[in-house]
Design a protein around this ligand. Structure first.
Ligand SMILES: *[C@@H]1O[C@H](CO)[C@@H](O)[C@H](O)[C@H]1NC(C)=O
Ligand SMILES: *[C@@H]1O[C@H](CO)[C@@H](O)[C@H](O)[C@H]1NC(C)=O
Length: 378
């Protein structure tokens, strides 16, 4: 009896030794938190026209970050006949592979002859504009997408994976998740160290932006709403309703953090708060992501948020008066449309701290602040 117990104990000890030393090979040095392996994986989880390109740039320009913008664009283009809820799983699988720098996942969605420049919006990734993905710039340069696009396009697709493997932080910006639950398997995956930045924006501003970008967004809106031609009035509000519902689900799930695997791994950020104080919000996001806020990045961020221009092009960010741009909808959107958006997005607005407007007078009164304080996690 006794010797049997000793034997069992011995087997257990050997097993734990094997587990500790061979199952988590990355754990031994500089593991960031809770014994999770490096690198750190950050998902900027947002929706269309919510300032996510801008926020993505805050990460992309960081010299420690490998960034990809909306890799799931390829999934949605390839499988456009399906609803978002069906595509969720394929999108999740693609995001997981990209986090692990396994770019073979794109074989399913792109041609075998693909080049680096076939990746959607590749030039917005500073990592794909500097070594080893492009030799013209240095990794610590701030690289404008337009310049990169001209100079760095002629590199093979294999450079994407090669570059990815040299970074301590992999950051992906995605607008194609309408649920957080779908991401649970990634949060519990021992090969990932995933943190989620949930970026939201005032639905009325989103609506105005979507309205003026109807043609660009038509394809995605059809998938979101399940309506074949969603460009009409009905489609616009219907898309807003689905999107706002998704934001509510993500926020409630993330903030409640009933599962321990979500603890300290979810951060809500409102675009308006970034615009009001870009440096403070960037510092907060970098802290969350375990990144150092360099002096160069601080200067650059100040610069691009205090310029002139209106930033009208669909996927471009640049030097402009960000605060003015973020409030522009109050001057141009008719009150009746505001009411309709508020009708379909009331829950999201209440939860996220956006004041509902009761009248056109309130709308035009720019000293009326529409942001309620949000208890930040910090
Ligand atoms: C700031 O903007 C000016 C004018 O666009 C530019 O010349 C300068 O290089 C920028 N500085 C940084 C740190 O980006
Ligand atoms: C505008 O809003 C501010 C802040 O709520 C308020 O004090 C002021 O009376 C309003 N002005 C008008 C003209 O309604």
């Amino acid at each position: 009896m006794r010797s049997r117990n000793v034997k069992r104990l011995l087997i257990l000890a050997v097993l734990s030794f094997l587990l500790i030393h061979f199952h988590f090979p990355h754990c031994s040095n500089n593991a960031p938190t809770e014994g999770k392996p490096s690198p750190v994986h950050i998902l900027i989880l947002s929706s269309w026209r919510s300032g996510s390109s801008f926020t993505g740039q805050i990460f992309s320009q960081h010299p420690s970050v490998f960034y990809l913008m909306e890799p799931a664009w390829h999934v949605w283009v390839k499988m456009y006949q399906n609803r978002a809820s069906v595509l969720h799983m394929a999108v999740r699988d693609l995001v997981r592979s990209v986090f692990l720098c396994d770019m073979s996942v794109f074989d399913a969605y792109m041609s075998t002859e693909k080049k680096k420049s076939d990746l959607f919006q590749w030039e917005t990734s500073r990592a794909l504009c500097s070594p080893p993905a492009c030799d013209t710039f240095s990794r610590s340069d701030i690289i404008p997408a337009a310049t990169c696009k001209i100079i760095c396009s002629k590199y093979p697709f294999s450079k994407v994976e090669e570059a990815c493997k040299t970074y301590s932080h992999i950051v992906i910006k995605e607008v194609r998740f309408l649920s957080l639950k779908v991401l649970y398997p990634l949060l519990t995956d021992p090969s990932l160290n995933l943190k989620i930045i949930h970026l939201v924006r005032d639905p009325r501003a989103v609506f105005r932006s979507r309205e003026s970008a109807r043609a660009v967004l038509a394809h995605d809106s059809n998938i979101v709403t399940g309506i074949r031609d969603s460009k009409g009035e009905k489609g616009l509000y219907s898309a807003m309703e689905v999107i706002c519902k998704g934001q509510v689900e993500i926020y409630k799930t993330g903030r409640q953090a009933t599962h321990s695997f979500l603890k300290d791994r979810y951060l809500l950020v409102r675009y308006e708060d970034i615009v009001r104080d870009p440096l403070a919000r960037a510092a907060q996001m970098y802290r969350f992501a375990e990144l150092h806020f360099t002096a160069e990045l601080q200067k650059w961020l100040h610069n691009i948020t205090h310029g002139k221009g209106q930033g009208t092009q669909a996927f471009q960010i640049g030097s402009r008066d960000a605060l003015g741009v973020s409030q522009a909808w109050r001057k141009t959107l008719p009150f009746e449309k505001i009411e309709k958006v508020q009708n379909v997005c009331k829950d999201a607005m209440d939860l996220l701290g956006y004041r509902l407007l009761q009248s056109e007078e309130e709308q035009k009164n720019m000293s009326l602040d529409l942001l309620f304080a949000q208890n930040s996690t910090e």
